[in-house]
Design a protein around this ligand. Structure first.
Ligand code: FES
Length: 131
């Protein structure tokens, strides 16, 4: 199905038959970078090179020809409430959370996950890391 097009499913199981609207993902993968700076002095992703990582990711995704509908979108985000693991980014639809250090980590996320669908296990944020 073409990205962004609607698909209608008639389940026929109930009367009147309900229809369920399913929208296919406009992007194959979407990565969000927290760029938040907290004002209360607590750790924030903006205390780290989150903006530089975001900029680098956008550049690498574009250079790899991955940017655009049906492919990959790189977006800024506010606080994702996992500040203690910052800087953080999350990739959907897999909902894989990453913590990264430098541009080489971003390069690996782009090549392995965003391009080839392989999670970069060494960068995955532990499930118990929150604010
Ligand atoms: S400041 Fe980045 S997750 Fe909260």
């Amino acid at each position: 199905m073409t990205p962004g097009r609607l698909k209608w499913i008639d389940t026929g199981a109930l009367h009147p038959p309900p229809t369920i609207e399913i929208m296919s993902s406009y992007y194959q993968r979407h990565i969000f970078f927290c760029l938040n700076q907290r004002d209360n002095g607590q750790s924030s992703c903006a205390d780290f090179p989150a903006q530089a990582a975001f900029d680098h990711c956008k550049k690498q995704v574009k250079a790899a020809g991955l940017a655009g509908p049906g492919q990959v979108r790189v977006n800024k985000a506010g606080c994702l409430d996992r500040c203690a693991g910052g800087p953080v980014a999350v990739v959907y639809p897999e909902a894989v959370w990453y913590s990264f250090v430098d541009n080489s980590d971003i390069d690996e996320i782009v090549e392995s996950h965003l391009k080839n669908g392989q999670v970069v296990e060494r960068l995955v944020l532990p499930a118990d890391v929150g604010r």
